[in-house]
Design a protein around this ligand. Structure first.
Ligand SMILES: Nc1ncnc2c1ncn2[C@@H]1O[C@H](COP(=O)(O)OP(=O)(O)OP(=O)(O)O)[C@@H](O)[C@H]1O
Length: 258
């Protein structure tokens, strides 16, 4: 367990995010093979309700494969993946995914793109609140083509959060953004998570990003979990501190030792 100063958690919770219960995610004895290629082998993992977990590791070690299993987009060869005790494939509205590309409908307005996240029909108030949360209240009637890359990802975040998911799965969502926009989006995601209490699982190639956002970072390799680092957050933001650099160094060592 490592204690570092990062973001404060005593932030006022907006109405849209109140009463949201983070999902519990459990993987038991999970293996996934593609023909003779055994990518995951007997992996066990429990992600606590409200936890922010990041998965890092060398290219090709199986991060996306693991995330697809958690998101219910794929099934394990053996073992089980559950979200709140039910198979991940049945998580429905409890689960939302953000990808590297925002995947917005180009012919729909920003507001209509956010409304896609609602299963129970249109709800203009919920859409407006979601756009407010991602700091785009004045862009509701814009087309996606009229937005910057970072703004499009914020719309994707609003679409993911508008239905109050218990689990947000993030597949390298900031990978295509410039460095400054990336930092701004990290702060926004961390802020939303601190306010809302959903469980978040992130795959990223950026160890600094994983450390900045997460309660726990796992290093994946050789079919399983090679190391786990818990990060306890207290006090104000201290991005770039010596403590964070030391944690990043340890995680990088674990990745390269694989
Ligand atoms: N649908 C598939 N069919 C066959 N092989 C696959 C499939 N999906 C993944 N693999 C294989 O599984 C292994 C792990 O791939 P995966 O994409 O999970 O790695 P990764 O850690 O996410 O890589 P990267 O960091 O480069 O994105 C690779 O050897 C890949 O070729």
């Amino acid at each position: 367990m490592q204690a570092v100063n990062l973001l404060p958690r005593d932030i006022e919770v907006p109405p849209m995010l109140r009463g949201n219960q983070g999902a519990s995610v459990r993987l038991s004895g999970v293996s996934r093979s593609f023909d003779a290629n055994r990518v995951l082998a007997g992996l066990d993992l429990h992600v606590r309700p409200g936890e922010f977990l990041s998965i890092v590791g060398k290219s090709g070690c199986g991060k996306s494969t693991l995330l697809r299993l958690i998101a219910g987009l794929d099934k394990p060869t053996t073992g089980t993946v559950t979200v709140d005790g039910k198979p991940a494939t049945q998580a429905g509205d409890r689960l939302r995914i953000m990808f590297q590309e925002p995947r917005l409908l180009p012919w729909a307005s920003v507001a209509d793109n956010v409304a896609i996240g609602l299963r129970n029909g249109p709800d203009p108030d919920a859409v407006a609140e979601a756009l407010e949360l991602v700091q785009l209240p004045d862009k509701a009637s814009f087309w996606p083509a009229q937005l910057s890359g970072g703004q499009r990802q914020r719309v994707a975040l609003a679409r993911a959060l508008v239905s109050h998911p218990g689990l947000l799965v993030l597949d390298e969502p900031l990978g295509a953004l410039d460095a400054l926009t990336r930092l701004t989006m990290q702060n926004l995601i961390r802020d939303m998570h601190a306010k809302a209490g959903f469980t978040a699982i992130l795959v990223t190639h950026d160890v600094a990003e994983a450390v900045a956002l997460s309660d726990r970072v796992i290093v994946l390799g050789q079919g399983g979990i090679l190391s786990q680092t818990e990060i306890l957050r207290v006090g104000p933001v201290t991005r770039g501190s010596a403590e964070l650099a030391a944690i990043e160094g340890e995680i990088l060592d674990a990745i390269f030792a694989a």
